[in-house]
Write a protein that binds this ligand. Structure first.
Ligand SMILES: Nc1ncnc2c1ncn2[C@@H]1O[C@H](COP(=O)(O)OP(=O)(O)OP(=O)(O)O)[C@@H](O)[C@H]1O
Ligand SMILES: [Mg+2]
Length: 353
């Protein structure tokens, strides 16, 4: 079983864990990354993202477990022999080298002849949109331009496996979004396997084939962006990815009894009677004046205009609040308006509280 997976995965993490004194920075975990996959490691600060990447890069020794790259055990291979391209948040360009020399560096290390090297550097700089800036020094570039040089320096020698730890962390929103598109294009064009760390859930949803969500050194959920968003495995996941409405209660007679009355359970969820549980509903699934489902009554207590949509907060009789979205065309509602709202039970998730 183990050896079969090891032959097909680009990267196979087997029981890798890391302890610092009494702290389990990473609990022993298994993780496979497929060839050509874009896998994002997402999680709150301190959840173990950097620790995991540093172990893969060879910059940190794991306390236990094995790391297989292309089926080979590379757990104790020195970093520069692993064939992994690395981009970290502090992109550490060489300050005394020009852009051209910075990007050429990994090729020089590999003793590539001059003419071929120049060609590859020019292509890499073109790829990240820095064609005209060969002779500048890092201090003469903006943060975003330096970040692109770091990307070019990583992509220039075409590593089959690239790991990036919050490479866009220092950029403003607009630059960040255009760099996200750039990284996606680089991924498509090169076919590299990429492991990307972020604590920005929108970035994770936008970029990834799969998301690995870490919490306290454990994998909370691993799956496609759609799966993680639509079928969160826990309240932590529902809360961390996107906005969620959470209504708590206990199961009785096939419904969830809450302070705001009985709520239908999602079909097939069959919870045990008496058990405490929570229903999670995404704001886009909450409807005003539902005709086909049971309705709750509430009052509009907050409205936010967000360009393409209005976001409404409705407070229920118990004091619980629900968020919902209305497209700009539907208009907003005044504060204090009495509303009835509901959702298709099939859109809700039943989770442990
Ligand atoms: N060298 C170290 N010595 C002791 N504890 C460490 C060391 N490096 C990391 N830790 C601890 O391990 C845990 C995981 O740290 P890690 O850097 O992997 O988190 P992270 O998910 O990358 O967080 P962030 O989003 O803040 O970068 C944290 O509690 C951290 O304090
Ligand atoms: Mg980190």
């Amino acid at each position: 079983m183990d050896s079969l997976a090891a032959t097909t995965a680009k990267l196979a993490v087997r029981g890798i864990g890391k302890r610092y004194g009494k702290l389990d920075a990473l609990l022993p975990m298994d993780l496979d990354v497929a060839p050509g996959e874009f896998l994002t490691v997402l999680g709150p600060s301190g959840s173990g993202k950097t620790t995991l990447l540093q172990i893969i890069a060879g910059l940190t020794e794991p306390t236990c477990g094995r790391l297989l790259i292309d089926g080979r055990n590379e757990t104790h291979t020195p970093p520069h022999k692993r064939g992994i391209g690395v981009v970290f948040q502090n992109y550490a360009l060489f300050p005394h080298l020009t852009v051209q020399e910075n990007v050429a560096f990994p090729l020089q290390m590999r003793r590539m002849p001059g003419a071929e090297r120049d060609r590859k550097v020019a292509a890499a700089l073109e790829l990240v949109g820095l064609g005209g800036l060969h002779q500048r020094f890092p201090r003469e570039l903006s943060g975003g331009q330096q970040q692109r040089v770091a990307l070019a320096r990583c992509f220039v020698y075409q590593p089959a496996l690239i790991i990036m730890d919050e490479p866009l962390g220092a950029l403003d929103r607009k630059l960040r979004e255009s760099m996200q598109l750039e990284i996606r294009r680089l991924h498509r064009d090169t076919g590299a396997t990429i492991m990307f760390v972020t604590h920005d859930q929108e970035e994770a949803l936008a970029l990834s084939d799969r998301i690995c969500l870490l919490n306290h050194g454990r994998i909370e959920q691993l799956g496609s962006p759609e799966a993680v968003y639509e079928h969160p495995a826990s309240l932590f996941v529902a809360d961390f990815i996107g906005l969620s409405n959470v209504l708590r209660g206990h199961i009785q007679g096939g419904v969830l009894l809450t302070a705001d009355g009985p709520l239908p359970l999602p079909p097939g969820s069959g919870g045990t009677a008496g058990r405490e549980a929570a229903l999670v509903i995404r704001p886009e699934h909450v409807e005003l004046d539902p005709t086909d489902f049971p309705a709750l009554s509430g009052t509009v207590t907050e409205t936010v205009y967000a360009g393409a949509e209005h976001r409404l907060q409705v407070t229920l009789g118990s004091g619980a609040t629900l968020l919902l979205r209305r497209s700009a065309g539907q208009g907003s509602l005044p504060l204090g308006a009495a509303v009835r709202l509901g959702w298709s039970p099939s859109r809700a998730r039943l989770l442990n509280p």
